[in-house]
Ligand binder design. Sequence first.
Ligand code: ADP
Ligand code: MG
Length: 373
Amino acid sequence: DEEKLPRRILPLGPEVVSRMAAGEVVARPSAALKELLENAIDAGSTRISVSIIRGGIVRLEVVDNGCGIRVQDARLLCERHTTSKLRSVEDLAKVATCGFRGEALASISHISELCIVSRTHHEEHGWRASYRQGKLVAPGVQAAARTPGTTILVTDMFRSMPARYESFLRTHAEEYRQMLSIVSRYALYHSGRIAMCCRKRETCALRATEAETDDLHTFVHASHLDNIRAIFGQKVASSLGTLGCRVLHRVQHAVAGTVQEAEILLERAYFSLLGASQTKPLHIYFVNGRLVECRTLRRAIEQLYARYYLKGPHHPFCYLELKVPPEILDVNVHPAKKEVRFLDEQIAFSNIVQALEQQLISSGAQRSFAVQA
Ligand code: ADP
Ligand code: MG
């Protein structure tokens, strides 16, 4: 009978597909910020400033001094899957930039008002354009004054999704904390290369009020330790152990029938020595310049410290930079790129824990602490 007949299967229209994808890539304002920040970093900037009103919902602006965007690319810029960073399937196996999916600007243009001002180093003046749902809006591309670099201005994020809009307006303070934490972590990773600042603003007024000061302000020549001190405070910075660059693991992998060897490196590590701890865990992991969450590694490190700490809410600060050969790294696990996987990661992780443990023990500070059996 009629009622038992299944409904026809039909393809979704591109509009629906883009809108759904947009909600995944930028599920929240801080995810949009992470994408914009990574774009500014990929563009080779040495200075990036972020300004945020109401947790980014009302306004989010990222200004950089990177390579800029060619005016010829302005039309395609916010279409889905348009990118300057990836050309072929082969390239996918050696992504060296933070971005590669060509989805961020497109997604942002689907959930907000997006205005872009940019200028390359070869051009005498810049251009400006606004985008909506992937497309340029009238009056199209216009000339604009700007020093070389790019400004991305996002306003009214999630306005067309009332539930999300309301909920992020309510939690804008928490969202701002999350954004500040993302900028701080990237500022730390890019110590010695990029100066970053981040500020919360109350209004769009050109002149800042007295209350509007930078919550983060790093200098281009500051060292990692300088920036840990500036971001997390003197107390954290003064009690850290460190590990220099070392090979964690040599991976054997097959390439076109031949066995090749690739090295997984621990490039840099800063971590609490025994006796120093904070009530909140601070784990910051970068893999090939990408801020990632790494639950298994995090758990293993927490367990290591738990073996040496006295009972109570003690947590380490742990900052790690890993370098994994792109051939054995899969960056394409998650649409928001929060996770990565690589060959033999369990072995590499257990070698990290071992190196940390040796360093903790040899730092000698453990004597005054009872070792938990
Ligand atoms: P992806 O970063 O994955 O390539 P995006 O949607 O984030 O995709 O950006 C699309 C393209 O726009 C990038 O490939 C890059 O060429 C250009 N772009 C975006 N932001 C900037 C920026 N701040 N400076 C220079 N180019 C940028
Ligand atoms: Mg990007």
